[in-house]
Design a protein around this ligand. Structure first.
Ligand code: DX5
Ligand code: ZN
Length: 234
């Protein structure tokens, strides 16, 4: 039974998912404890292969390590070519939601999403800033989550691309209400509120948490900013 519960995630309003790319890899146990103490409700894990994106991060062993360290849902963002080869392994390593890039799977996107679903994991499809939302609209019936990248996938610490905001709005209009919209890249104190105003449910945050001494403080400040509505009420 998956730990990922879209209904619960949605009911609690916009949520911040720490992207552990910039965490202290010399002490994952301590990092997990700090994130749990900061009330993180899920963790975002970035897998890069040096081919789909010009950077290499980590693979199944780190997903497995996080699985042993926490019961929080693991949102695994695959930035890899031909992800179908590895879906089962990431699932067995402990991924609760597996998100693939439409640019990596092309005409096989539906088949790969079906593969993820058949295993019992939740499904996500991601698009980079240059990919229009049209490229994924046909999958809105099968996905649990749409990931709108607000930077080109590949590195933490990049600048937020505001083109993501219109894409979030467009998907919000088109997707069934249970589909979660996640935004990833350059989300910080300046950019978080426009994202939630546009309709994002999940905000992936790397630098704006891990660049701070106090993760709990960083997350609670971002949370407050995320929840301000256009009429100024929390
Ligand atoms: C970038 C990754 C992100 C990254 C976000 O390709 O998908 O999850 O870690 O980091 P920041 O918040 O620093 O942009
Ligand atoms: Zn990511």
């Amino acid at each position: 039974m998956s730990r990922w519960n879209s209904t619960q995630l949605k009911a609690n309003g916009p949520a911040i998912l720490p992207s552990i790319l910039q965490c202290d890899f010399t002490n994952l146990e301590r990092e997990v404890q700090r994130l749990e103490a900061a009330d993180a409700i899920a963790l975002h894990l970035d897998v890069m292969d040096g081919s789909f994106v010009p950077n290499i991060t980590y693979g199944m062993p780190i997903v497995e390590a996080f699985r042993k360290l926490t019961d929080l849902p693991l949102d695994v963002h695959l930035m890899i070519e031909k992800p179908a080869r590895y879906i089962r392994q990431f699932y067995e390593a402990g991924a609760d939601l597996i998100c693939i890039h439409q640019e990596a799977t092309g005409s096989e996107t539906r088949a790969v999403l079906e593969q993820i679903k058949a295993l019992g994991a939740s499904t996500g499809v991601a698009i980079n800033p240059d990919t229009p939302t049209d490229a994924i609209e046909e999958y809105l019936d099968i996905v649990d989550l749409v990931l709108i990248m607000s930077v080109n996938a590949g590195f933490g610490g990049q600048k937020f691309n505001p083109s993501a905001l219109d894409k979030i709005k467009r998907i919000r209009e088109q997707a069934p209400s249970h589909v979660l919209i996640e935004v990833d890249g350059g989300v910080n104190a300046e950019t978080i509120n426009p994202c939630t105003e546009a309709g994002a449910d999940l905000l992936v945050v790397g630098s704006a948490i891990f660049g701070e001494e106090d993760y709990a403080n960083a997350m609670s400040q971002l949370n407050q900013l995320a929840e301000i509505t256009s009429d100024g009420l929390l």
